[in-house]
Structure formats: C-alpha cells, structure tokens
Design a protein around this ligand. Structure first.
Ligand code: FAD
Length: 378
C-alpha cells in the first residue's frame, strides 16, 4: 500500500495557469487524515469530489510532523504509525479515483448568485466549480518559515531559498544552509558534493536530525567538506542585488560568511492564510461550526478536523472522521437540492460493494442476504 495509490495530480496541471473550472460536488481543502477520510465518505454517499493540498504529499500533520510515531486511538486499529494510517486512508479512497491536486494553495472564493455554486481558485491557477466546500485545512497551510530579515524578500526565489527544487543552480557556488533539522542536514550532505563550499549555520551545537545523519555531517565537517557554524543569521549583504555574504551573530561575537546562495530550512509553520479572508466566523484562528452538520457561518461551506472549533472540540483524528461524515451528508443537499438522499448501510450497499470489491465479489456477498435491508430516508 502506498499513498501513490491515490489519483494524485501534480505539476503538469498546476503549472499551466489553468482557467477551465473543474466541476465537482464537493471541493475538499486539505489532504490530511480528515480530508482523506472525507474523500472516502464522499464516495460512499455518492458525491464527486476533488481534493487539494498545498503540500507535495498527502497526510497533513501525520506525514509532516510524526510519520514514524505510533497512534493508538483509531477504532479497530490497535496500533499503527502515522504513515501507515495515511497509507490505509489512501488505500480506502482509491476505488473512487478522486483527483488529489498537490502543491495547490486554495486562495479566493466567490459565490455565484445564478446557480448558487462556488468558484474557488488556487494560487497556482486551478479553478474549481463546487456545490459545497469542505475545509479540512488543519492548522492552515504548512508554509516554510521565512527569514525575518528586511533584505530577504528581494532575494527570495533567486538567492535566498526555502526549498531545493533544482540542484543544478548550486554547482560550484558557496552555499549557506540555515537550520538544524533533517532537511537542513540532508541537503548539506547532498550539496557538498557539487557546491564549491557548504556551511551549516545553526543556533545550537546540537542538531534535531536522525542520529545517522548527524554522524555523517560531523564526519563531513572533520573531512573539511562542510563547515558547521553555531550562531544566528542577522544580516544579508547584497549591495548590487547579488548575495555576497551573510553576517552571523555568535555568543562571543560574530562572523561574516561569504555566500552566493542561502537556503533557510527552519521547518514549516501553519498559516490559515487566504481562508481567513473568506468571511467565515472564526474564534482564535479556528472556524466556528454548527455541530449538527459542521457547517460554517456561510451555507455550503463546512469545516472539519483541527480547523473547526465548537464547545468541547477535541483535536483528534477520530473526531474529524465523525465531523466529515455528518458534514458530507448535509453537503449532499447542496449538490442535489431536488433529491432526498437514501441512506443505505455500507454492508448492504451493492453499488458500493461493486466499486470496492469488484462486481463478482459484490454479487456473491449480496445473494445470501435475505433479511430486511436497513435502508431509510434521512
Ligand atoms: C506529534 C503529534 C502527535 C499526534 N498524535 C495523535 C494521536 O495519537 N491521535 C490523534 O487522534 N491525533 C493525534 N494528533 C493530532 C492529529 O494529527 C490531528 O488532529 C490531525 O492531523 C488533524 O487532521 P486534519 O486533516 O484536520 O488536519 P491536518 O493533518 O493538519 O491536515 C491539513 C492539511 O490541509 C492543508 N491545507 C491547509 N490550508 C490549505 C490551503 N489553503 N490550501 C491547500 N491545502 C491546505 C495542509 O497542508 C495539510 O496537509 C497528533 C498531532 C501531533 C502534532
């Protein structure tokens, strides 16, 4: 099982500045555990959906913050790692084949008076036309923590970087990597093979990375392949638009390091970002919902998982699953305003069974079931 099992769409779609609207019953914003389960539930209920996430991988906090930690409070799974949970959820969604658009940060929202649907765009150029929106945006979009220096914005993207999209630009250059986590150390090890010089600047002498990586970096430092500088970057010198050096403040003074590129890998921070401008009632950075259906103050927009708030809200994956399930049942009324949804338990749902198990397995399972079908109008 792998998260690749999902119908993920990536750069090809996102880079084109596409303007053709992708029509869907529900747009799910956030592919964390709750967004993934919501995609499955949408399929169960008979709703189409598209899922969007700003990150390049599904899984939200589970993958970004604690992939190898064990989780013990998911019903019927006595223990699994956070990564395994995301793999299982991805596998559960797979039969529906809903598109998952990665690297897409949802930004603007418009309500259309004529057909009562929503137009939602992403910063990368995708446009969605949705009957309902389900926000499972956690703490907001994870974005890189940026350098808080006035000189940085003018250099960002050219000479100051928060990720390493292309190695080629660092060949035979002097690179400073700021940070002390896995990502900073991994890139230092990779770049010291092609750059003219690599320095790691970290505010402490200890690193927050895997022991084996720390060991490799220390060995590379002993061999003269990497410099380790303990201190904090306080200024960037780029008098003619090109980075020349970086000033580092240290306990006992400071040092100026010559540099062509600075890669700051301080980790990710969460930011509700543009969603905060959507006119939804919020409390303490969370979106207030009606707990009968997890609808926000704007009809047709739902909030579930960590992004939602209500009295006694628990930030648990289990709670988010429940919230998504109820929200989507109400969302059905926006997608199909003229239809009454018929509730069928999944164990008696032949269409669902055929979708998940395939036609033959489905009919085999159903023929022996003679008792009253638990089917009722909601
Ligand atoms: C260390 C740690 C251990 C934990 N252990 C447990 C545990 O044992 N059991 C438990 O139940 N819970 C646990 N939790 C809490 C649990 O991880 C969260 O409750 C859960 O991840 C919430 O899921 P979510 O899908 O609502 O949000 P998230 O997992 O935060 O996912 C939200 C997703 O939305 C995306 N997003 C946000 N804004 C946008 C936007 N504008 N455009 C596009 N994408 C966007 C983000 O990139 C992110 O991928 C733990 C949390 C931590 C940090």
């Amino acid at each position: 099982m792998s998260v690749d099992a999902l119908a993920q769409t990536g750069d090809a779609e996102s880079s084109a500045g596409e303007s053709r609207a992708l029509r869907t019953d529900v747009l799910i914003v956030g592919a964390g555990p709750v967004g993934l389960f919501a995609a499955f539930e949408a399929g169960v209920i008979g709703l189409s959906c598209h899922v969007v996430d700003v990150l390049q991988a599904v899984g939200g906090q589970c993958i970004e913050l604690y992939p190898e930690k064990s989780i013990f409070d998911i019903p019927a799974i006595p223990v699994c790692t956070a990564r395994e949970l995301i793999e299982r959820l991805s596998e559960q969604c797979r039969p529906f084949g809903f598109p998952v658009h990665l690297g897409q940060r949802v930004s603007s929202l418009t309500h259309r008076d004529d057909d009562k649907r929503w137009t939602v765009t992403t910063e990368q150029g995708l446009v969605f036309d949705a009957a309902a929106i389900l926000l499972s945006a956690g703490n907001g979009a994870f974005v890189p923590q940026r350098l808080a220096l006035p000189e940085a914005p003018a250099l960002e993207g050219r000479l100051v970087h928060y990720a390493v999209p292309k190695l080629a630009q660092f060949v035979d250059t002097r690179v400073i990597i700021a940070g002390g986590g896995d990502s900073a150390l991994d890139w230092a090890l990779a770049l010291c093979k092609i750059a003219r010089h690599v320095s790691i600047v970290h505010r402490r002498q200890t690193f927050r990375a895997a022991a084996v990586t720390v060991e490799q970096v220390r060995r590379a430092a002993t061999d003269g392949e990497i410099d380790i500088v303990t201190g904090t970057i306080v200024a960037l010198r780029a008098p003619h638009g090109a980075l020349e050096s970086v000033d580092v403040k240290q306990i006992d003074g400071g040092v100026t390091l010559p540099a062509d590129h600075l890669i700051a890998l301080y980790g990710l921070v969460a930011d509700l970002g543009p969603i905060a401008e959507w006119g939804l009632d919020t409390r303490g950075g969370r979106i207030a919902v009606d707990t009968s259906c997890y609808e926000t103050s704007r009809a047709g927009i739902f909030a579930v998982g960590d992004v939602a708030t209500y009295p006694n809200k628990q930030k648990l994956i289990l709670s988010g699953f429940h919230e998504a399930s109820l929200a989507l049942r109400k969302a059905y009324a926006y997608a199909f305003p003229d239809q009454k949804r018929v509730h069928i338990h999944s164990s008696y749902d032949q269409k669902l069974s055929a979708r998940i198990l395939g036609d033959s397995a489905s009919s085999a399972g159903v023929t022996g079931d003679k008792p009253v079908t638990p089917r009722h109008l909601e």
